[in-house]
Each structure stands twice: as structure tokens, then as C-alpha cells.
Unconditional design. Structure first.
Length: 389
């Protein structure tokens, strides 16, 4: 690697580092201006040459935030994240970050500018949760910048973001659940709804289940993929985390229900002149055999919930209802965490802390029934005499 220093003005020096030719054959150089004495520029050049030998100096540091974000999105985000996540990150970058910070040189981006961005007009009308989402994307991008050597530290580490308000969770009581299921009786989506509240699976996981994933004799199912919809196209994808790939035990009632549902489905297949094989989806559109549309499922469920008198209940709340009923029946958070496919027990306990807190009195009542009554006799008097001795 080679580099040189050129005087640019009074107490100003331009550093140039020759990075060789890029993949396109074009010459690549890094430029940086240093204010101060020549020895300051020489020290900076030496540092840059060392970094260049390690492969961590590129022109990105001198480019604008907009170009850097594009590099990050087209690189690590595109290769490691799902298509849905990439789409969300692109939208946040395009609509929020780039309009306010896109023209700033990456190496000149300071925490004060980011703080003004969060506190300014650009964030007006957005909820604290939305601001935190924007902050999360920018922080992740700048973390990549630090890792690549474009930045010395992540300026987002010094920024205060609004506290995200805890979203109120809607769960159904056993009586409310009975009302909802009765309202769903006779609807083609009833089997899906019943399975959702009986297993705690996510909507996408339910819609990706095949009969080969079911072991109805042993009352268990395997979650190995999920269905998602993007740009009007439904696709199957790998689970989001390792914990999402899991074996889930069924209640005996659910196993019995799915056995009956399987027999009904086989009859329909026979009428269509088809065979209901192990690779067929458990929940699907008949006679086409195509997956159910997640958006349609949510819409239909919303109509059923309204008819049952539950205006604010979403399909995802069936998962919360499963977890809350399990907790209230004494299941351990670890067992529930594994069934839900959460990343950790700590996440489960934080998500359902309001339910766990309310269980303390029940636990004390159970303990009260186990422990014997205390016996005082003359304990106070005896202790007084012993202390006097």
C-alpha cells in the first residue's frame, strides 16, 4: 500500500491512500483531510496504511450515509436476512434515515446529529416504538461500519431514544375462548383456529405444516418451516431462529381432533380423484391445494372475532392466549418458551411478566396448603430468658 500527503491550505493536509485496482479494474483511492500540523497528517497516514494492509480502509468512509446504507443493505442484510426483513430495512432507510442524514459524510456523522434527527420534525407523528425501530436499523448499519473500519465507534451508542411503550396484550379467558370457537363453528378456518390456540404456533408456522410433520399417534408435531407472503407471492422459508425449529407436543384433544380432520380431508381428496399424501399441507385451499393466504386468514379471523363480540382480538392473540392459559395452569416458563419457539426463557418471562406477577398469590396459596401451621407456644418468653442468660 502507498500513500502521500499534500498541503491543502493553512494547517490543512490532504491524505491519499492508493488501494490498488478494484474488481472492476478501476483504480481505488482513499482521501481524507486532516486539520493541524504535518506530523498529525503523517500519524494519520501511518494509521491508514496499517488499516489498509488489514483490508479495512475503503472509500466508504468518505462517502455519504446514503451510499453506505445502500452498501450495507445490498451486502450483509441481503445475504443474511429474510426477504421480508430486507424490505422493511430498505423502507426505513428510504423513508426516514436518508432524507435527513443521507447527505452527511459517514465519517462526519456524530451522535449529536442523530439525536437532533430523533428529536426533530422528521419524527413528528411517529410513535416511540417506530422511532426505536428506525434507531435499531441505523445502529445495526453503523455497527457494520465500525466492524469494517469505516468508523472508530458507533455514534448511536451515545444517543437517547424514546422508551417503547409496552403494548397491551389481549388474551382470552376460557369462557371467551369458548365463545370465539362457537362463533367459528362451521367456518372452513375453524380447524386452523382450534389448532392455533391449542398449540401456540405462529400463523406462518401453522400454514406451512404438512401431514408428514404430524405424529398424531404420539400427539406431537415438528415445526421446520414457515409460510410468508411478499409481493403477492406465498413462499416457504426456514425458521427465523434455531429455537423456532422445534418439536411441539399436542394436547390429547388436539391430536384426536386432527385425526378426525385428516379423515375428512382424505374424503374430499378422494372425491377430487386425488390422494392426500404426507407432503400435502394440513391447512390449505381445496380443491387447488395451494397454501392459505396469510392476509385472508387474518381478515376472516377478524370477522369471526367481531361476530363473537371481540373487536380487538387478532389471530396472533391466539398464541398469547395459549401461553397465558398454560401459565395459569401451572406450566413452567421454560416448557412454554420451548413450545413457543422463543429465543430464551428470559424473553418469555418478560413477554408474559404481567401474568407471572399475578400468579404469585396463587403460588403462595398453594404453599400455604403444604406448610404446617406455625407453633408459638412460649417462644417469645423463652427467647427473652435465653437472651438474659
Amino acid at each position: 500500500m502507498r500513500g502521500h500527503i499534500r498541503k491543502q491550505g493553512k494547517n490543512s493536509w490532504q491524505i491519499t491512500v492508493d488501494l490498488g485496482n478494484g474488481q472492476d479494474g478501476k483504480r481505488r483511492r482513499y482521501f481524507e483531510t486532516v486539520k493541524g500540523a504535518k506530523k498529525d497528517a503523517q500519524r494519520k497516514l501511518a494509521q491508514l496504511l496499517v488499516n489498509a494492509e488489514k483490508g479495512i480502509v475503503t472509500t466508504t468512509g468518505s462517502s455519504a450515509v446514503a451510499a453506505f446504507l445502500q452498501e450495507w443493505l445490498d451486502g450483509p442484510v441481503k445475504s443474511r436476512c429474510s426477504a421480508r426483513t430486507l424490505e422493511v430495512y430498505r423502507t426505513i432507510a428510504k423513508n426516514h434515515i436518508i432524507p435527513s442524514l443521507g447527505a452527511v459524510k459517514l465519517r462526519n456523522l456524530e451522535h449529536a446529529a442523530i439525536q437532533r434527527f430523533y428529536d426533530g420534525d422528521a419524527m413528528q407523528g411517529l410513535s416511540p416504538r417506530s422511532v426505536r425501530h428506525i434507531h435499531g436499523v441505523l445502529k445495526a448499519a453503523l455497527k457494520y461500519g465500525v466492524k469494517q473500519g469505516y468508523l472508530g465507534r458507533n455514534p448511536c451508542d451515545l444517543v437517547d431514544t424514546p422508551a417503547a411503550p409496552k403494548k397491551l396484550m389481549r388474551t382470552l379467558t376460557p369462557e371467551e375462548l369458548d365463545t370465539l370457537l362457537k362463533a367459528a363453528e362451521g367456518n372452513p378456518y375453524y380447524p386452523l383456529i382450534y389448532t392455533a390456540v391449542s398449540s401456540g404456533l405462529r400463523q406462518g408456522e401453522l400454514l406451512a405444516l404438512r401431514w408428514r410433520d404430524m405424529n398424531l399417534d404420539l400427539a406431537s408435531m415438528s415445526v421446520s418451516r414457515s409460510l410468508s407472503k411478499r409481493h403477492r407471492v406465498c413462499t416457504f422459508k426456514e425458521p427465523k431462529t434455531k429455537k423456532s425449529r422445534r418439536k411441539v407436543d399436542m394436547t390429547p384433544k388436539l391430536a384426536l381432533f386432527l385425526k378426525g380432520y385428516r379423515k375428512q380431508q382424505e374424503i374430499v381428496y378422494l372425491e377430487l380423484g386425488k390422494v392426500c399424501g404426507l407432503d400435502e399441507l394440513v391447512f390449505l385451499n381445496l380443491p387447488s391445494g395451494k397454501p392459505l393466504d396469510p392476509y385472508v386468514v387474518s381478515h376472516v379471523f377478524k370477522k369471526i372475532a367481531r361476530r363473537a363480540g371481540f373487536e380487538d382480538v387478532r389471530f396472533h392473540d391466539l398464541r398469547h392466549t395459549f401461553a397465558s392459559l398454560m401459565l395459569l395452569r401451572g406450566a413452567s416458563p421454560k416448557v412454554i418458551s420451548e413450545a413457543l419457539g422463543h429465543a430464551s426463557v428470559a424473553f418469555t418471562m418478560d413477554t408474559y411478566s404481567h401474568i407471572i406477577d399475578g400468579m404469585q398469590q396463587d403460588a403462595m396459596n398453594l404453599l400455604n396448603g403444604v406448610l404446617p401451621d406455625g407453633c408459638l407456644k412460649n417462644s417469645v418468653a423463652d427467647s427473652s430468658r435465653n437472651l438474659a442468660i
